[in-house]
Design a protein around this ligand. Structure first.
Ligand SMILES: *[C@@H]1O[C@H](CO)[C@@H](O)[C@H](O)[C@H]1NC(C)=O
Ligand SMILES: *[C@@H]1O[C@H](CO)[C@@H](O)[C@H](O)[C@H]1NC(C)=O
Length: 242
């Protein structure tokens, strides 16, 4: 029990930048490589950490675009307008390679659970190897990815609260890159693979096995932290609605 409390205190410290707001009962759909059309922007603000943009998207805000301006400056552009075509967002969004738009939404498809600050999540009933799992997420979803550390921590907390030790291991959407110090989320964004890490369990990635799973092992200090496992193992998997 000691381990559990220490580690969750550490997690709280690491995400102190943008703690998850009480009662924020919405999740975001992400449009990578897009910006909100200039005519639709209501206000903009410059912040130091990208996750602040999302925390600032409050009541009247329907979507926020986050664009990097310099090493430690991000511009958040807010809009109150809804996207009518949520598959492409084309009526409100314009292409911008260095920008991402987070669009608020409510509700999930059948068999998906709404996880605050994460999205709509599906936990498979079957166990498959990594390749088969990646190809088996229900249509309109893909293996779980996290845009920020707070998303990852929110996912860990959800699994701890709902499954504790009963799930143990589930594949997620991350892959090794040619750089041994970096792993990449499917669809973009990287996380470091050097220790100590808020993402990885302390013995991973070990370089020996190559597919990523969220793993629970209290004795090893893994509270649904990442472990790299043999890609041929048959495990349950987590999918996130696009
Ligand atoms: C939801 O899951 C149940 C049980 O696995 C399955 O029978 C049902 O077809 C699923 N519904 C949808 C819409 O996928
Ligand atoms: C994964 O499972 C699929 C379907 O069962 C199988 O065809 C494939 O050979 C397996 N791949 C590995 C790497 O085990």
């Amino acid at each position: 029990m000691m381990d559990l409390r220490l580690l969750s205190a550490l997690g709280a410290l690491l995400c102190v930048c943008c703690s998850i707001e009480d009662g924020s009962a919405f999740t975001f759909k992400t449009f990578t490589g897009t910006e909100i059309a200039t005519t639709a922007i209501s206000t903009t603000v410059v912040v130091e950490r990208p996750c602040e943009c999302r925390a600032l998207c409050r009541d009247a805000c329907a979507a926020v675009a986050i664009r990097r301006q310099s090493r430690s400056r991000y511009r958040c552009s807010f809009t109150g307008q809804s996207i009518t075509d949520t598959s492409t967002g084309t009526d409100l969004l314009v292409r911008a390679p260095d920008s991402r738009v987070f669009y608020k939404r409510q509700g999930c498809r059948p068999n998906f659970s709404l996880v605050d600050n994460v999205g709509c999540i599906y936990l498979s009933t079957v166990k498959l190897n990594f390749t088969a799992a990646a190809a088996s997420c229900p249509s309109g979803s893909q293996l779980f990815t996290a845009s920020f550390l707070i998303d990852f921590d929110a996912m860990r907390n959800y699994l701890l609260k709902n499954y504790l030790s009963s799930l143990e291991t589930a594949w997620v959407g991350l892959s090794r890159t040619s750089n041994p110090k970096t792993w990449e989320w499917l669809g973009g964004g990287t996380i470091p693979s050097i220790q100590p890490s808020p993402y990885w369990g302390k013995y991973d990635p070990d370089g020996a096995t190559d597919c990523p799973a969220m793993h629970y092992s209290l004795s090893a200090g893994y509270l649904y932290h990442l472990a790299d496992l043999a890609c041929g193992d048959n495990l349950k998997f987590l999918c996130k609605q696009n």
